[in-house]
Design a protein around this ligand. Sequence first.
Ligand code: HEC
Ligand code: HEC
Ligand code: HEC
Ligand code: HEC
Ligand code: HEC
Length: 404
Amino acid sequence: MFGTNQHRSSFISRIALFSLVSIVLVLANCSENNGVLEPLQDNWEKAVPFQQVPQGLSSLSAETCGACHQDHYNEWKRSTHAHAWTDQQFQAEIHKKSSPYLCINCHIPLENQQEYLIEGLLDGDIYKPKKKKNPHWDKQLQQEGITCAACHVRDNKIVGPTGTTKAPHPVKKDPEFLSEGLCISCHNANATLTPTLACTFETGDEWKKSKISSEKNCISCHMTDTTRSIVPGYEPRLSHVHSFPGSGIPKSPDHHPDMFNGLDIKLAAVPQTLEKGKVLRTKLTLTNANAGHRVPTGDPERFIEIIQELRDPQGRILASQRDTIGEKWQWYPTAKKLADNNLNPGESRSYVLRTAPKRTGTYELVIRVDKHRLNKKSAHYNKLGEDYPLSVLIYQEVIAIRVE
Ligand code: HEC
Ligand code: HEC
Ligand code: HEC
Ligand code: HEC
Ligand code: HEC
């Protein structure tokens, strides 16, 4: 399996490699007509085959499902799944020549959502897909990214957990398909596509290795159980919340995703008064208490930033300490992970600021922790709008300390 990583890594690799890749692409185009056509192999190389609208429904769109499944629709709309295509960063990435055709397969997985049909790869080269216009392309459905049908429509039927006979549409019972395997098919990837395009998206593997995997899976944590009518007027039944809470970092200023906090953050007691010249020592401890995988997980560009500052009575920063939790990659000449200090499930780490204020007065200790999608440099490189949210604040403490 190959995964999410590739894509992420790919963008950064592109930063360094863009010009080189463009040259390779130009050369590649010259021999396009002489290549040998090789079939697509891995599931992430292919789209989910064309699906007809199931009997009794007017279209595959989430809005159509939402006319009856109102709660599911409203929850899904605030998920990042609903933004997997329209996301500014994703759009910036896929318009680069260095992004292979296959980037779309986990973001708009249904053939119905894709403008072109890919018949194979010339000489097996991911930069030389043989394309044909898709006569069934549904541009509206494309906008919906990982829409209801991406997880629920197969063999022109609605796939469901119980096979209920109350629905006005055909239902195929397949709880095995609607299991963590479905999530992992997109949320795990480990492959080197080209020397500079690696993929290390390992949320599935991280979960399998964790102790918690015997008790909880992607669905029990990210789609909590509830009892409710799944269509107004029907008997309440077992249901699952569809907002897929995660990092909580929005995709646009008016996007309000549900946040799932993996970290337990504790600050050891700090003295309210201190003798001048004496050392002030903070101890902030972060524990991956709630996630069934590492934090951060998935996209290698994500990181957690911990900032501790002591400001003097004039508001000037007297001492500061910045730490990050995340991965460091080199993309050129070959993609290689240089460092990784993501927190394993259950793991704790402490961060200390040490300083000795020399003058009397009231100082301010400011501590904050933010989750970041990517750093400002990458955002700038990708020309993301000023209003594109890059991070979300998850912890802040401001403590006054009197130095006497
Ligand atoms: C195997 C499935 C898969 C493929 C193929 C794939 N992605 Fe993704 N992509 C994901 C998943 C899953 C996430 C969310 C991961 C997370 O947040 O942990 C994601 C997230 C992203 C994001 C948002 C990152 C963020 O931090 O919000 C961008 C941009 C993106 N992918 C671009 C690409 C590009 C470009 C390619 C092709 C080089 C690609 N993807 C190929 C599965 C895939
Ligand atoms: C006209 C109303 C209506 C529309 C439109 C509709 N459904 Fe349903 N659906 C129902 C009813 C009614 C049930 C059964 C309710 C019950 O079991 O309590 C149901 C059941 C389901 C189930 C559960 C199946 C199981 O095995 O338990 C799923 C999943 C589902 N629908 C998905 C969808 C999706 C996806 C769409 C859009 C492509 C959609 N539905 C469109 C009315 C609708
Ligand atoms: C068809 C591929 C696909 C499937 C299937 C899939 N995901 Fe995703 N998921 C993605 C992509 C792509 C993103 C990132 C979208 C973006 O950032 O724009 C994502 C985002 C997420 C996020 C939010 C990440 C964040 O913090 O922004 C969570 C949580 C998540 N998925 C959980 C799940 C769970 C649980 C399942 C199984 C029930 C699942 N996914 C199935 C592709 C998929
Ligand atoms: C990323 C995959 C994914 C997407 C997208 C998704 N679902 Fe689901 N859905 C599931 C899974 C998995 C289950 C079954 C959970 C179980 O029973 O363990 C489920 C269950 C359901 C059920 C059965 C009742 C319940 O709540 O368990 C209905 C109805 C349903 N989904 C409707 C929808 C609708 C409508 C949309 C779009 C607005 C949608 N789903 C989008 C994965 C998805
Ligand atoms: C024990 C509960 C638990 C399990 C099991 C679990 N997750 Fe998570 N997941 C979390 C929490 C909590 C977060 C929020 C982490 C944070 O603080 O950013 C999270 C975050 C995420 C994110 C957002 C990326 C990020 O770094 O925040 C994705 C994507 C995701 N999970 C996918 C999955 C998938 C796929 C599976 C199954 C292989 C899974 N999760 C299993 C609890 C869980």
